[in-house]
Design a protein around this ligand. Structure first.
Ligand code: FAQ
Length: 311
């Protein structure tokens, strides 16, 4: 029997067979993947900045070496993700232009400042924790190159989360001033971290179709709930107080009820008006411009080699 390309595509999705770059796919599937993967890549690259801010001020040589490697890992994740997005036919130059012009989004979380060393612990513990919660299911996403990129990314994120938790534990077992620093960082990062999972399901225009295509395996609210349930016992272990007066165990749903996220703040940050949005983009644009000579040199070298090989 002759099946249409669309039927074959739907059959693969239904049977958990990965879609690969040269396979036929609906335009909208391609488009939403480029959107999500490129925004994910931008988040990794912009996400280097808040932590990069503390490399020169890390409290010991060991802490400095660890942070430096973590930030380098984020660069690597960005590169795998740009490569995965490129397999869908959009060039890296185009994606980077869209980031710099403000057309493409990146995670809201990276528009908040890192005010103390404890923020580096809080980012590792909370932000990488949220990243893992969101990205482990993406190992099973329907697009092959994205799913495969997530395997290694998630292994590295797990290490990142452990190092963040360990920073928090050291501070929480330290002097009262250190414990206070940890609590203040927790207060600053808790709510913005919950926003990383995206708008509530009923206000998320992309979730329904992305679930149907198995790009997303869980909805924004499902992942947010799992994250809260995972983090509350960890906060208790650290002796920290979750900054949410409405947080309460709910026996019936076997999970925590939690307070309302400030969605006005979320959209304000997404629209470019968070505390650090302008600074982040300016830093990226400047780095890109200052790196122009490296790209030119690499191109010249590649041409020279190609010419030599042709001779
Ligand atoms: N910030 O319809 P939905 C990391 C946008 S982890 C900004 O629900 P979707 C590791 C969304 O794009 C962070 N914008 O959208 C690291 C859409 O706008 P659009 C990155 C947001 O795609 C750790 C609109 O709102 N992780 O980098 C946010 O179905 C430490 C409507 O939303 C990923 O990107 C937000 N928080 O679900 C690095 C994971 N939330 O595009 C350094 C992959 C939503 O239509 C240090 N991405 N928007 O113009 C995803 O899982 C999904 O794309 C969601 C959003 C869940 C983020």
């Amino acid at each position: 029997i002759d099946k249409s390309l669309e039927e074959l595509f739907e059959e693969k999705i239904a049977n958990e067979i990965r879609i690969e770059p040269k396979d036929w796919m609906p335009d909208q599937y391609r488009k939403t993947l480029v959107r999500q993967i490129s925004q994910h890549a931008h988040s990794e690259i912009v996400g280097m900045l808040p932590e990069g801010n503390w490399i020169t001020r890390a409290p010991s040589l060991k802490r400095k070496a660890i942070l430096l490697s973590k930030v380098q890992d984020e660069a690597g994740h960005g590169l795998y993700l740009y490569s995965a997005a490129e397999t869908l036919g959009t060039s890296r130059d185009q994606m980077i232009n869209d980031l710099h012009s403000g057309k493409a989004k990146y995670s809201s979380i990276f528009n908040y400042p890192t005010l103390s060393w404890a923020d580096i612990g809080a980012i590792g513990w909370l932000v990488d924790g949220a990243a893992i919660m969101n990205q482990v299911p993406l190992i099973r996403t329907s697009y092959g190159p994205y799913a495969r990129a997530m395997v290694r990314v998630c292994k590295e994120e797990s290490f990142h989360q452990r190092q963040g938790f360990e920073i928090m534990m050291t501070l929480c077992n330290g002097a009262p001033a250190q414990k206070k620093m940890a609590q203040e960082a927790f207060n600053r990062w808790w709510w913005p971290t919950l926003m990383m999972f995206g708008p509530k399901d009923e206000e998320s225009p992309n979730t329904e179709q992305s679930m149907r295509w198995k790009i997303k395996r869980f909805t924004n609210d499902e992942l947010r709930q799992r994250f809260v349930d995972m983090m509350v016992p960890q906060a208790e272990f650290l002796g920290l107080t979750v900054p949410d007066k409405d947080l309460k165990w709910n026996e019936v749903k076997n999970g925590y009820d939690y307070g309302d996220v400030d969605w006005e703040e979320f959209w304000n940050v997404v629209k470019g008006n968070g505390p650090c949005n302008k600074d982040r983009i300016n830093t990226r644009v400047k780095a890109h411009e200052e790196g122009a000579w490296v790209r030119e040199a690499a191109m010249a070298h590649a041409e020279k080699r190609a010419r030599r090989e042709a001779e």
